[in-house]
Design a protein around this ligand. Structure first.
Ligand code: BJW
Ligand code: ZN
Length: 256
């Protein structure tokens, strides 16, 4: 995308946001890429090194809990060292300018919380908590072993990260809250997601069918590009602070 196209798409997105009262920011792994956390499906991403069904399914964990646990411990260390970037902070700051601003994230890294966003719905859970795979009780003991999945003191089951694997249901109340925010919103920002994983990606289709304008922020085309009203072909840390600036301008202009 040329610099002119970037500015034009940013302006189109800003016009939509300036008219909006309710906004949903739907985020995926690309949102955290500039914080140094690899995405799943990009070149060099996590799935290039591992097949998802080998590590991100309940069957994989049941077959070899220690292997899956060690992979998540490695990723936990990467995430703990990562910092939210200017794009995360811009989303947090945008909250102030809308009647309702909800972050619906597929990410498990808690970077939106750390940047200050207050209403965050985590569709795929979080890597920063653990629970028993058998009885579901939270597991809070420290320190966590690097290589071996801990054993649940209550039932003897093995402990796993509190994320959602393929074939598992998303947390029901979280998904219901996301659906209701999506159905009410005027603008749906789709940021840093390939839109390939369901039911999460279906939320963007749902927003569109309920009348929201869809704005995609992603350096690459995705499964969702075809339904976007505006596509900003740029990385999140570049585009979001610019969008925030424009929202600040129009809100201040409106109240002057
Ligand atoms: C940038 C950038 C920068 C780069 N700035 N952008 C309907 C149809 C077909 C299949 C299904 C369906 N419904 C359900 C399914 C099955 C399955 C599914 O969707 N499969 C598809 C792969 C086809 N879904 C499920 O199993 C879900 N459960 C479910 O449906 O339950 C009901 C059920 C039960 C039993 C049987 C059947 C159904 C659960 C899905 C759980 C997903 N879990 C994971 C792992 C989480 C834990 C972990 O991290 O290990 O979640 S998979 C992985 O993908 C992770 C992500 O949240 C998710 C989405 O990926 P995301 O975020 O979009 O990342 P990428 O890498 O794909 O894209 C990155 C993007 O960023 C790219 O576009 C880049 O261009 C961009 N980018 N730099 C902005 N700087
Ligand atoms: Zn247990």
């Amino acid at each position: 995308m040329s610099a002119v196209d970037f500015e034009r798409s940013l302006e189109e997105a800003a016009v939509l946001l300036c008219r909006a009262r309710r906004v949903v920011a739907f985020t995926g792994a690309g949102m955290s890429a500039e914080s140094g956390i690899p995405t799943f499906r990009d070149p060099g991403g996590l799935w290039e090194q591992f097949r998802p069904e080998e590590l991100a399914t309940p069957e994989a964990f049941e077959r070899d809990p220690d292997r899956v646990w060690a992979w998540y411990q490695h990723r936990r260390r990467v995430i703990e060292q990562a910092q939210p970037h200017a794009g995360h902070r811009a989303l947090a700051a945008m909250e102030a300018y809308f009647e309702e601003f909800t972050v619906v994230t597929q990410n498990i890294d808690r970077l939106h919380h750390r940047a200050g966003s207050r209403r965050v719905l985590e569709l795929h859970g979080t890597i920063l908590e653990n629970r028993c795979h058998r009885c579901g009780r939270p597991y809070v003991e420290e320190p966590l072993p690097a290589e071996t999945a801990p054993v649940c003191p209550a039932c003897g089951g093995r402990v796993r990260p509190a994320v959602v694997w393929f074939g598992e249901l998303l947390p029901e109340s979280v998904f219901a809250a996301a659906e209701s925010a999506v159905e009410r919103c005027d603008v749906m920002l789709s940021i840093g997601t390939s839109g390939e994983v369901y039911p999460a990606a279906g939320l963007v289709w749902r927003a569109k069918s309920f009348g929201a304008a869809v704005v995609e922020i992603n350096p690459n085309p995705t499964e969702l590009s075809s339904i976007a009203d505006v596509v900003v072909r740029a990385p999140a840390a570049q585009a979001l602070p610019r969008l925030l600036e424009r929202v600040e301008q129009c809100r201040k202009g409106a109240s002057a």
